[in-house]
Design a protein around this ligand. Sequence first.
Ligand SMILES: [Zn+2]
Ligand SMILES: [Zn+2]
Length: 273
Amino acid sequence: MRVTLLGTGSPIPDPRRAGPSTLVQADGLSVLVDCGRGVLMRLAGAGVLPPMLTAVFLTHLHSDHITDLGDVITTRWVMTPGPNPLKVYGPVGTAEVVDATLASLAPDIRYRLDHHDDLTEGPQVEAVEVGPGDEFALGPASVVVGATDHRPVEPTVAFRIEADGRSLVLGGDGIPCAGLDALCAGADAYVQTVIREDLVRLVPNPRFQDILDYHSTVEQAAQTAARAGVGTLLLTHYVPPLQPGQEDGWRALAAAHFGGTIVLGEDLTAVDL
Ligand SMILES: [Zn+2]
Ligand SMILES: [Zn+2]
């Protein structure tokens, strides 16, 4: 199993970091987890094009995690010779977002259907709404859905993917909670979006300070990883943006709480499990 941090950014525009998105690849499986800003550029950088995706998983419906869902839908549609339905798994509300995204694309879909004789139907997208405790098979993989705590944003979910004899948890946004601990238990790897509390507190902006109460800090992500006994912790969605040369400082904050492997870095940082 390979996990690639496609986009390691956040809502804050960053010329070097795409928005939140992670690619999970295993034998016969390519899953895109969240679709932040610029996701298809990074997906291409990982050697994957939209028609090749097995499915899209959404951890929650905050804009930074879904900005480019329309690009994924449209580009998969126009790059595929025949029908290639896309399944989008996400929390309750995902169907509403998929329907609204398709509605926003209605003129474009009309233009292309009118112009291309070989294109006879619009993009086929199936929203599958899931909640904590759900399990489903996806090709050779099995997937378990867990609860996260990103309140007041609700509902939100995390995914545990088991394939190739390996297990990986995609934690999404949120603070530590029992549901996430249970989902992570014994996993080979765990991807968590994080913020640096010490740096955020330096910015005297009330709206920015608000992010502190519903995101894991680097230390909290490390503590979750340690409690659950995971092997590798991957940090992403850096707030404030991780600047070149700061990697060791971020890693040290996590290493104080977690003795396993800690991975962070630029977009397209990849780990083979
Ligand atoms: Zn969020
Ligand atoms: Zn986010």
